[in-house]
Every structure is written in C-alpha cells, then in structure tokens.
Design a binder for this molecule. Structure first.
Ligand code: EPU
Length: 435
C-alpha cells in the first residue's frame, strides 16, 4: 500500500536564504543495475552506500521474488545471495512498478537460459518501449516470444552467443543489460553506439573486479569478452557512486535560494555541464574534488542572471533528469530561455503546473518550450507526476511566495531519500503530513 502523504512547503519568497551542508547519497541509477547484476554471480555480493529510496526497495523485492536471499543489514548495506534463484519468471506486479526491472532480464537470461517478464509498461515521461532489448537478445541467438503482455526469452541450449550489437539509439539500461548478458556469452561481444553515463562505467568496474573482461565502458564502443563461469565476488563489497542527479538538483535549488550551501560527497565532474551553464548564467560556483559550494549568492540578484538555451542529451550532455529542475531555474532569470527535451516525449507536461504558479512558459511543441523570466511564483497545490518533476515542484515551492502542497510524495521518495529532513537541515520549511 502506498501511503497517502503530502509535503507542505512555505516558500522563501526571496526573503530568506538556505544555508548549510547537504550530503549526496548513493546513485539510484548505479545501484539498480549493480543489484540486477547479482544473478551473474556464483556467490553473495554486498552493496554499501545504498540510498534508502523506494526504487531500491522494489529492486530488492524483485530479486528476492526470484528466490535469491536478500539480507538488509542496515539502511545502507545489503547482501544478495543469488544461489537460491529458483525461477526464470520475474514477478509481474513488481516489474510493472519498476521500469528498471528490464535490466534484470540480461543477467537472468545468462543465468537461467530463459527469462519471462511482463512489459515494464509506459509511464508519464513517455512510452518507454523495449524493442532495443528484444533485438539485442535475438542477436545473441535467443528466441523471443510474446504472449499478451508477457515476454518469454530462451537462450540457445549452449548459452548466449556473442554478438556485434549496434544500438539504433543510445539507451542507458540497454547498454547495461547487454554488457551484463555478454559477460556470460560465448565469445567477444561488441556494443556500438553505447551510452556513456558514469553509471555504466561504475557497473563495468564492479563486474571487472569480479572476473569479467569489459573494455571501453564510458565510451561509445564497449567490448566484452564472455566467459562460461559465473562471476565471483569473493568478499568484494560494492560501494555506490554518488548520485549526480541528486547533486545537480540540489545545486539548482542552491543557485535559486541558497546563500552559503555546500554539497558534499559528490563528484562535481559528473555535473560539469550543469556547472558550466549555471556559471554562464551568473551563479557563483566553486568546486573541489568531492564538493560543490555556492557562496555569496545573495549578492547576485536573479534579475542579473542571464537566460540559457538547454538541449537534453545523453551523457556528457545535459541530462534529461535535470531538465525539470532547470526549467524552474529559468523562470527566475532575466530574459527568454529555451528548453529542448530530446530524450523522452512527455517530459514537459509538468510545465502546466509551473504556469499555474505564475511562470511564463510557452510550449512550442511537445519537445520545446520558451520561458520568459523573471516571474514571481506563487504557492499552489500540485501533484508530483514523476521523480524528477516532483523534485522540480519542491524547488518551485521553495522559492515561491506563500504555501504549497505537493501530493504523491511517493514519486519523490522513489528517487530521493527523506527529502524533507535533508532540506529542513538547510533551512527550508518543509514537512511531510499524512492525508
Ligand atoms: N528507447 C526505445 N527503445 C528501447 C529502449 C529505449 O525507443 O528499447 C528510447 C526511450 O523511449 C527513450 C530513449 O530510448 O526515448 C532513451 O531512453 P533510455 O533507454 O536511455 O532510458 P532508460 O535506460 O530507460 C535511464 C535512466 C532514466 C534516465 C534515462 C535517460 C535508469 C534506471 N534510468 O533510463 O532515469 O532518464 O536513462 O538518461 O538508469 C530517473 O532516474 O528518473 C530516470 C527516468
């Protein structure tokens, strides 16, 4: 049962500023594939620095439902023992609730020779088809059958074949899925037009430490030398990399409403593009090896910030997952900005709510908007539509005049750990209430 809860936020209205330190948690989109890798292993693997978020909970349940033993020793530490996996069928209910469940199909197919699963389903940000996955499995010699909403995929009797797979479009989870499946395939697989996100390199490092031979992760061409034997953790502990989207979201909040904010336990290099753009707009940002600081920001009035043109792109371009928070930033700069969402088809729908709050946004087409700033936003009651737009609403409510209510806290909890207590720590008046 999803609890019905709301966030209550009192807007700062430019009169008060946030200050303090905010540490970044482990990366959701690195942890999900790392957990999904468990079936590739012969032994138990321990995961640390886990964020305490809904999606990690769902992935644990999904793996547990296949028979694996999942031992949650603390909120940040879990061990998964794959030796007890006893089915090739992924739970319908859980996989429909977690789009990232698709990543588990590669390791399950490699382990069991067969995997069946329900279509992960679309969501508010777009249709989210799985054709690239099905094509890739076929190229590795698997037989793909669809019965209604379920897919049944069989590897050849002697195991998956190595393949040369050119992705017709760049996909993060498809790159991860085939990188993992190929570690147990017969021969050398080459993935071309692969995604280059840091989470992919992070996953390759984990697999390589445990016996895989993967070269080129983090570049568009990845070569995987398959092996018959499963990987072995031999006591190795995986530590999740910092969440770059969380760091970026907090940086945008700090750019709008922070005076002295220090974002710690992060990797500033992973948000280079955002830092570059915010600086170009006039935000004073300092970086160290694992921290980002905004100080003296109060001196910079938003009407001196300059507009920007943003185009979402695969890494190292501007992440689609920061597009909604960045749009909130652009409502406060002086002049006309343009945002072009190139990855997902429905990822600008939330702008209607920002308009209700007072933003001046024109939708040119489903992929492009123009924002005229600065506009004062007014507090409002909003429904969080997805993880990232939900966080954008928190930022909008934080800078608005008056009170806001944000419904569907569940979406925000899927990707951000206890957001309210962490934002209270830097001075925001935000509370979670049951409704
Ligand atoms: N696509 C297809 N066919 C496929 C697969 C993808 O057409 O078989 C399309 C998608 O519809 C989309 C584009 O390819 O238009 C790129 O999507 P991608 O496959 O890269 O997205 P994803 O792997 O499903 C990951 C993140 C998303 C993030 C995107 C883009 C994870 C678990 N999820 O999704 O994160 O937005 O990459 O960077 O890594 C989030 O964290 O809120 C989130 C949605």
């Amino acid at each position: 049962m999803i609890p019905r809860e709301q966030f209550h936020i009192s807007g700062l209205a430019g009169e008060k500023a946030l200050s303090g330190t905010i540490p970044i948690r482990g990366a959701k989109n690195a942890v999900l594939p790392a957990m999904a890798a468990a079936p590739l292993f012969a032994d138990a693997l321990t995961y640390t620095n886990l964020p305490d978020i809904e999606d990690v909970g769902r992935m644990s349940e999904l793996i547990e439902a296949s028979g694996a033993h999942v031992d949650r020793q603390s909120i940040r530490r879990t061990t998964i023992d794959p030796r007890y996996i006893n089915t090739h069928a992924l739970s319908d209910d859980l996989s429909k609730r977690l789009r990232a469940s698709i990543i588990l199909t590669g390791p399950m197919l490699a382990r069991c020779g067969r995997v069946s699963f329900a279509h992960p389903g679309g969501c508010v940000i777009g249709a989210r088809p799985i054709d690239i996955f099905l094509d890739g499995f076929r190229k590795m010699g698997a037989r793909v059958r669809r019965r209604g909403e379920r897919y049944d995929i069989h590897a050849p009797d002697d195991g998956l074949y190595a393949a040369d797979i050119f992705f017709k479009l760049v996909s993060v989870t498809a790159t991860e899925t085939f990188m993992m499946a190929a570690t147990r395939a017969r021969g050398t697989t080459v993935l071309r037009n692969a995604a280059m996100e840091p989470e992919i390199e992070d996953l390759a490092n984990l697999l390589n430490t445990c016996g895989a031979r993967i070269e080129g992760a983090g570049t568009p061409t990845i070569t995987i030398h398959g092996r018959k034997q499963p990987l072995r953790a031999r006591g190795h502990t995986y530590r999740a990399m910092p969440d770059r989207i969380e760091a970026g979201s907090f940086l945008i909040l700090a750019a709008l409403a922070g005076d002295d904010i220090r974002i710690t336990h992060c990797n500033p290099k992973h948000v280079d593009i955002l830092i570059e753009l915010l600086r170009e707009s006039g935000v004073p940002i300092e970086t160290e090896r694992s921290a980002i600081t905004i100080s003296g920001n109060r001196r910079v009035r938003t009407d001196t910030l300059t507009p920007l043109s943003i185009r979402t792109h695969e890494y190292p371009g501007f992440p689609t997952d920061l597009q909604a928070p960045m749009t909130v930033f652009l409502t406060q700069v002086n002049g006309e900005s343009v945002v072009f969402e190139t990855i997902f088809e429905n990822r600008l729908n939330y702008t209607q709510d920002l308009i209700t709050m007072g933003a001046d946004i024109t939708m040119w087409d489903p992929h492009r908007i123009m924002i005229r700033g600065p506009q004062t936003l007014r507090g409002h009651e909003l429904d969080g539509p997805d993880i990232r737009a939900g966080l954008a609403f928190i930022i909008a409510a934080a800078i608005a005049k008056g009170e806001s209510l944000i419904n569907n806290t569940y979406y925000i909890d899927r990707g951000y750990e206890r957001i309210e207590t962490r934002l209270q720590d830097i001075g925001l008046d935000i509370t979670r209430v049951a409704v």
